[in-house]
Design a protein around this ligand. Sequence first.
Ligand code: ADP
Ligand code: MG
Ligand code: MG
Length: 506
Amino acid sequence: MASSAPPQWPPEVTDEQREALTLLATTYALSHGLVYLPPTDGAQPPAPTAVIHAPLALFPSPFPRRQFELARSLQSHYNGMYARIAMAEDFLDAVMGAEVGVGRVDEFTGQLWKIWKRLRSEGITQLRHLGLFRSDYLLHTPEEGGAPQLKQVEFNTISSSFGALSQNVAQLHRHLLAKTEYYNSSPVLKLENMPPNDTIAGLAEGLAAAHKEYGSPSAWILFVVQNGERNVFDQRWLEYELLEKHSIRVVRQTFEQLAVSAQVVPTSRILRLKLPGQLPRGAESVEISTVYFRAGYTPNDYPTPAHYETRYLLESTVATKCPSVQLQLAGGKKVQQVLTQHIHYERFVCPPARAASGHPVCQSWMGMWGLDENGDQGVQKARQQAQNLVLKPQREGGGNNVYKGDIPAFLDTLPREEREAWIAMELIRTPEGLGNYLVRAGGGTEGAVKTEVVSELGIFGWALFGGSDRAILEKEVGWLLRTKGKDSNEGGIAAGFSVLDSVVLY
Ligand code: ADP
Ligand code: MG
Ligand code: MG
């Protein structure tokens, strides 16, 4: 039964019970691949010998059932919407381009857009695009009171991570329930309130669908990965699923490795990788059906022009990119902001007839504007409302935003011509009073630390589109809960701010 008030959280447990739960949790995590590579001073060893458990919440966190179901039901709209945006050349050129859009003032956006422009000038179009998406939400307490509302933080179109680990942490919480019944510490902690989460199968199915459409069963899937990545198991789980359930092989390569290994077959534009000594039957190279980027979303991944050249080379092939460079551009914060303007909203979300009554998709948006809006007005408004705002540049991966009291001083130093690269977004006012025990490995804080928390829900989905029939194949495939201490503005797990969690619905 749905009730409106959140339960008392975390439930009361004794010190002995908390310690027993912590031991069960960390050992379960270590035995079930809910893990990271440990931090190192320099490079990761080529063949790792040790792991640490991922940061985790000891209890699942309460989330209102209605808002959870709503978030899942929105995903199909978002999947379709971002596919349509990626195919809307005029719109992306205007918003993200380097001639008239954000790409003029933001170097990274400009570099990506120029790759796309160059391909178009050479007459090269993407055959198909794949997106493995994650739409992120926080609960918002309306000023006038009443039930919490679901509000979108951002929509990720590249390297959406934690699909696999979110499934593993949901299983961890089920295990703790089965093993200890959480010591009957809360009537809400029941299996029926803990929804299934099959994200690994769902995301792998998206990659497998792209592979199948490509139509060369013996081809492999390429994972483009970062040097020194510690969150490798989140990626490996997808690799294992592809092999075991779909009989598709995966190869992992960095941009540096690809600069040597990648070749484009003339005329057919097939992507092949030279992997001498690594292929069965003595073959020298292997055909790639699908390129899955778990790197390339930050300028740090392109330290030299050669790195952009490698991205261009991959984009120029007939392999399906996840995402294509234009689908990556579609995921820009600027696009998210511009979509709230009526003309674009009506084009990509819903027809004018429905726009008046409000679509659930747009009801999930906070107010946003560009700092370059109406002469100085965008900046003035940001100064006036600073306490209620976050400013965001065109970046991914956490740690890039400017919050509240830091905004005025930041605006003082922001050159006028760079304003276009930033959006202002109203702060989501998250519900207060919920706590949890956060468990991190290393860093001097051993054991479970009780703290007041904020939880961010992510919904995973994929879309495969762009074929000659313009059809969009899409699916919602699972969810993620990340929980952070209330006083941390940011929520990146990899950046060390938050922990993996799962939902208990109420
Ligand atoms: P990134 O692409 O770097 O992850 P996000 O837009 O997700 O950028 O912002 C990072 C974090 O900042 C979010 O996970 C969330 O914790 C916080 N945040 C972002 N936007 C808002 C907002 N409007 N209100 C409150 N917190 C926000
Ligand atoms: Mg984010
Ligand atoms: Mg992001």
